[in-house]
Design a protein around this ligand. Structure first.
Ligand SMILES: [Fe+2]
Length: 126
């Protein structure tokens, strides 16, 4: 991401979270999950796309978030598709069960700005 703010073909993943460009603030998915859970007991993972510092991603027929995907390590847990214009903000909740400690990752795809990944969240199974 040298002098352009995003790539259409590569994963867009911020490296400096203290100095996020505006494009990242409205595109990265943010994961909210407990730090510690019990094995195989369901817990909620909330994912919200963008909205950092109040910078929300648009949702119009020509520019919207097509999908959000949640992974445990490299394994897909859930993938949610959005229809253009018919949501206000991009928030999903997924009930997850883990048999062992895993790092959760979330990605989203914007039809104009490619695939973005936010901060990983480690969930420890105790
Ligand atoms: Fe976008």
């Amino acid at each position: 991401m040298s002098n352009v703010e995003f790539s259409l073909t590569k994963l867009n993943k911020p490296t400096d979270w203290n100095n996020l460009p505006g494009m990242a603030k409205k595109h990265v998915p943010i994961i909210e999950a407990p730090a510690q859970v019990k094995a195989n007991e369901p817990f909620n993972v909330k994912i919200k796309v963008g909205g950092i510092d109040g910078i929300e991603h648009p949702n119009t027929l020509s520019h919207w978030i097509n999908w959000v995907a949640l992974y445990a390590e490299d394994r897909l847990i859930a993938k949610i598709e959005f229809g253009a214009e018919l949501t206000n903000q991009y928030v999903v909740n997924v009930h997850v069960t883990l048999p062992e400690t895993a790092t959760l990752r979330a990605q989203e795809f914007c039809n104009l700005h490619g695939v973005w990944e936010g901060k990983p969240q480690k969930v420890t199974v105790a």
